[in-house]
Design a protein around this ligand. Structure first.
Ligand code: MRU
Length: 346
């Protein structure tokens, strides 16, 4: 079961807004609706929105009436810009769009074949995501021991990717290997990705888990009731600072204070070597209703002022290691991330 796919000219994706109440797919036939699905978080999670961006471009390519290369490239660039502007933090979205545009610009094929080229590249991005996540899951699972109790933040499971997941993929793999583990799933306010999605996924896989309020993490860490923290990443700067779902920073600091290791898991496509530190990562600010309401029920006073940053940055000093599909990266991150990225960058 894939989170999203492109088949017969239609993008099918799980509507994550409706989980865990119901598992339904939506069918999308045009790229503006793909853009809307990313913005409104029918699909979410850094690698999944990267794949969605690629599929959006594929729909734009199929719909383009261009008869010249120049017009075709212009149509694609226009669609790419609309898709890119939906969510600013996860670098995978811009990465996928740029990868496809670069491929098109470098090709000498006639327009009719360029359409197929775009579709093939978008499919390739989605396939690679699964293979990458499987590798990461094995590296990450090796860090998990029998008896571990792991605090997990947000949703980083199959739903956050095309399939398999990132941090949760490692946890599910450790369980699959027969390790006796327990997961403390934090709810992840304001959108409750932990309570709604991660809890649902772990229950599907039969991984022992307990749902906890976001604010309970410190209690479990202080009492020695949690042995590891795992989360994903939406963008990693070249020095190893990690932008991830809001609340990751607080969790990492408290874990560090209690000598509990913190692991951030992401494909190398989430690492942005152009940024010197996490201070340069754009942080998405989302609507007030996410904070003032839960499931449409308002509990905050009318007219209250709201801040809703969707992500925060965990400075590298709080991370024990970064897990990628190319292996586990330890400090010093600046140096070691460069080494891991070199085969691609060079
Ligand atoms: O706002 P979301 O739900 O898209 O945020 C998702 C996260 O922060 C994940 O932890 C992140 O994308 C990495 S895991 C795939």
């Amino acid at each position: 079961m894939r989170t999203l796919e492109l088949r017969d000219g239609i993008v099918r994706m799980i509507d994550q807004r409706r989980l865990p109440q119901e598992l339904v797919y939506v069918e999308i036939r045009d790229y503006p609706t793909v853009a809307r699905s990313i913005k409104e978080m029918w699909v979410r999670g850094a690698p999944a929105i990267g794949a969605a961006g690629g599929f959006g471009l594929a729909l734009a390519a199929m719909a383009s009436h261009a008869t010249t290369r120049e017009d075709f490239v212009r149509d694609l660039e226009h669609a790419g810009q609309d898709l890119y502007e939906t969510r600013p933090t996860a670098v995978n979205l811009g990465w996928a769009i740029q990868r496809i545009l670069k491929k098109v610009r470098a090709s000498n094929l006639p327009v009719k074949d360029l359409r197929d080229l775009v579709v093939a590249e978008a499919q390739q991005i989605a396939e690679e995501d699964i293979a990458t996540n499987e590798k990461m899951a094995r590296f990450g699972a090796a860090l998990i021991q029998d008896g571990d109790t792991i605090i997990h933040h947000c949703n980083t499971g199959p739903l956050a990717t095309v399939d398999v997941g990132t941090a949760l993929g490692c946890i599910i793999e450790a369980h699959r290997q027969g390790k006796k583990i327990h997961v403390l799933v934090d709810e992840t306010r304001p959108r409750l990705q932990g309570a709604r999605l991660t809890a649902w996924e772990l229950m599907q896989y039969g991984v022992p888990m307990t749902l906890i309020a976001d604010n309970a993490g410190g209690h479990y860490l202080y009492r020695g009731l949690a042995t590891k923290v795992f989360f994903g990443a939406d963008r990693v700067a070249s020095n190893g600072d990690v932008a991830n779902k809001i609340g990751s920073y607080k969790l990492a600091v408290v874990a560090h204070e209690n000598n509990v290791p913190v692991y951030s898991v992401m494909p190398t496509t989430t690492i942005d070597m152009t940024l010197a530190s996490g201070r340069e990562i754009p942080i998405e600010e989302r609507g007030a209703d996410e904070v003032t309401t839960i499931e449409g029920v308002r509990f905050a006073p009318q007219g209250v002022r709201v801040g809703n940053p969707a992500f925060d940055v965990t400075p590298n000093k709080y991370l024990t290691a970064i897990v990628t599909e190319r292996g586990v990266v330890y400090p010093p991150f600046q140096e070691n991330l460069q080494r891991v990225m070199d085969p691609v960058e060079g």
